[in-house]
Design a protein around this ligand. Structure first.
Ligand code: AHR
Length: 670
């Protein structure tokens, strides 16, 4: 990322100029008082299939996306394995109490989780203990149950009781319980309690009652109410937002996190499954990536690991799309590579992952999946080899992986990299190489200004159909410039993405998958902006960009239909963009139309062909008069879809398109 920052800073001035020019172009006042603009939908002419995977989700553990976000654990640094072992913890004492907190290291005896805390109350007098600050506090809800657990043992067979309290910032106790670890052997001890108040910034206090010492590890607090009420599970509100999108796929675990800043820091799926106390915690590569947003307390505990990713994908009806490290660390950071003749363990990880996902109970990895509670296969069909790699080293490694995977699992489709940018030398080189290698799918990334998205609505209209299929794997319009902390999830960006997505849909024969990136951001713990969904400890909301994604995914259809405007594809003439699909499951023609101008547009949608429409159509509109408008934690639905019904007469729908709007029309036909 060091190199990225330098390159980007050189580009930034230029980008700012382009963005400003783009703004002026994007919002063009176009009026036509005489006659409505005519869109013709050729309802008998299917031009392509829409893949079930078309609109999906990109998940990466960035912006406290996993720990402190989707993973509902409330205790930060629960196993004392952060670089500073007591980060997030604080000694507490009152009324003349004396005691000590000592971090001990078992080393090889427990290599994955070596440290634990020895806490001692010397005299038993007064109050002695310690507190945990959570992830920017702990979000606690009145009336909800919280499950506390700890792996503990008494030192010298003493009988120290742990008094557990949740406190608000004023010090009021808003929930409490107690637990007495039993005996001198490590055992899990648990207690549950109900909170009597709602508080976004609570802290957990643990008081030692009685003179003596206890050894403590994996100190944990979870809300009982998680997604599907799974113990130790995921934040229900966040998964619900994902499920509501009805996504075609879930890509995980990133992003650059797959690569790591160096190879030692890469994501290794085998280290993320099984008992969470046996998963080795590692630093999150976004921890100190950006000087403008340092996050020294950002680590990966892997409570959300590959098993949970597969399970979540299944829960929300999405194809799982894991991306694996291909023996290359992030080329923006270290460019460290494993020599090609030592790459076998990396390749083996990929083969074993397929067995883990799809193998029967007679296979080693399939058995492990069954033992973890999922005897049925996860039905993995697609996987990614490397994230944003480039250069000859990638071509060499892509071939090694492809050969090994296809030899053993010929039906698995492989997603390959074409680099971090949607044009330029790296992109041209890899696009050519991947075509020559007959790659299945290539992953294109576009972090560009809104004007780029408007101009690129036609990007794929004349693209090479003889090469690989395309995964628009990471995209988001940047209101300022890529990696600027000032980027906003505003309507100007969202509507540009909608216009661009009509181009993806029109070219669904080529574009098999697309996902906005990144997905999640904690409002107090983010590194990167813009993001699709923002949250704090209690609340979450979808950005206007989220509603664009949701509208496309919820109205995916199965077949692409041509839409003509002024005898051409509708891709920016008069500031209008459109695409259309037919949904065989519901017998509906679906039209998505984007009005990027600041004027209402009187239009008529003509449904050409033999299909006879019903008398009414449903229209869902997402709009704002203000290109700078955004949703927020306080106004989560400021820009959100509204529905209405309109008349269909003689196969025509007259509709006035609101200024700055995305409209989705659905009309049933016979
Ligand atoms: O989405 C944020 C980052 O952008 C991803 O980790 C990486 O793939 C891209 O550079």
């Amino acid at each position: 990322m060091g190199i990225l920052r330098t390159t980007l800073s050189k580009l930034n001035v230029m980008k700012r100029r382009i963005t400003a020019a783009g703004l002026a172009l994007a919002i063009v006042l176009q009026t036509n008082a005489q006659s409505p603009a005519v869109f013709t939908i050729q309802s008998d002419q299917v031009v392509a299939d829409v893949q079930p995977t078309m609109w999906g989700i990109f998940f990466e553990d960035i912006n406290l996306g996993a720990d402190g976000g989707l993973y509902a654990e409330l205790v930060k640094n629960r196993s004392f394995e952060f670089s500073a072992p007591l980060m997030g913890w604080k000694e507490q004492k009152a009324d003349g109490a004396t005691g000590s907190l000592l971090v001990q290291n078992r080393g090889e005896k427990n290599a994955a989780n070596p440290r634990f805390l020895r806490a001692a109350n010397k005299t038993g007098k007064g109050k002695y203990g310690f507190s945990n600050e959570g992830f920017r506090g702990m979000g606690i809800k009145q009336g909800e149950t919280y499950d506390f657990s700890v792996i503990a043992r008494q030192v010298d067979n003493q009988a120290v009781t742990l008094q557990i309290e949740l406190r608000n910032p004023k010090g009021d106790v808003i929930g409490k319980g107690s637990v007495t670890p039993s005996g001198k052997d490590w055992q899990k001890a648990k207690t549950s309690f109900t909170a009597n108040a709602t508080e976004p910034k609570a802290q957990l206090y643990i008081w030692l009652e009685g003179a003596g010492a206890v050894d403590l590890d994996m100190i944990s607090l979870f809300p009982r109410n998680t997604w599907k009420n799974r113990p130790g599970g995921l934040r229900a509100d966040l998964v619900q937002l994902l499920a509501d999108m009805k996504p075609g796929f879930l890509r995980f675990p990133g992003g650059c996190i797959v690569e790591g800043r160096d190879l030692a820091n890469r994501y290794q799926w085998k280290k993320t499954i099984g008992n969470v106390e046996d998963c080795e915690l590692i630093i999150n590569r976004w921890n100190n990536e950006f000087a403008h947003r340092p996050t020294p307390d950002y680590f990966q505990s892997f409570g959300l690991g590959f098993f949970e990713y597969f399970q979540t994908a299944e829960d929300i009806g999405a194809e799982p799309l894991p991306i694996l490290n291909c023996g290359m660390a992030c080329q923006f950071n270290t460019s460290e590579v494993v020599p090609a003749d030592q790459i076998d363990p990396y390749v083996q990880d990929a083969l074993d992952l397929i067995e883990f996902a799809n193998g029967g109970p007679e296979t080693a990895w399939g058995k492990l999946r069954a033992d973890l509670g999922h005897p049925a296969p996860f039905n993995l069909k697609i996987m990614g080899v490397g994230n944003e790699q480039w250069g000859e080293q990638y071509v060499e490694r892509q071939q090694i992986f492809s050969k090994a995977i296809k030899d053993k699992y010929p039906n698995i489709k492989i997603v390959s990299s074409v680099g971090p940018f949607p044009e330029g030398e790296m992109f041209d080189y890899l696009s050519k190489e991947m075509k020559a290698l007959n790659a299945d799918i290539v992953d294109e990334h576009y972090y560009r200004n809104p004007e780029w998205f408007l101009q690129n609505a036609t990007r794929y209209d004349k693209y090479d159909r003889k090469g690989p299929r395309i995964f628009a794997g990471e995209y988001a319009a940047q209101s300022v410039y890529t990696v600027s902390p000032e980027n906003k999830n505003n309507w100007r960006c969202a509507i540009a993405e909608a216009a661009f997505m009509t181009g993806l849909e029109r070219n669904a024969d080529l574009i098999h998958m697309a996902s906005y990136a990144p997905l999640f951001a904690h409002s107090e713990g983010w590194q990167w902006t813009p993001n699709l969904i923002w949250f704090d400890n209690l609340r979450s909301y979808g950005t206007p960009n989220y509603y664009v994604q949701k509208l496309f995914a919820n109205n995916k259809g199965t077949k692409v239909l041509p839409v003509l405007y002024q005898n051409a594809v509708a891709a920016g003439q008069d500031g209008l963009y459109a695409s259309s699909v037919f949904d065989q499951a519901t017998n509906e023609i679906i039209v998505k139309v984007v009005n990027t101008t600041s004027a209402a547009k009187s239009t008529v949608m003509v449904l050409n062909g033999s299909k006879k429409p019903e008398n009414t159509a449903k229209v869902t509109v997402l709009r704002s008069d203000n290109p700078e408008a955004m949703n927020s934690l306080d106004q989560p639905m400021l820009i959100s879809p509204t529905e209405q019904t309109i008349q269909v007469t003689d196969k025509k729908i007259n509709i006035s398109l609101s200024p700055g709007s995305l409209s989705v029309l659905r009309v049933k036909v016979k």
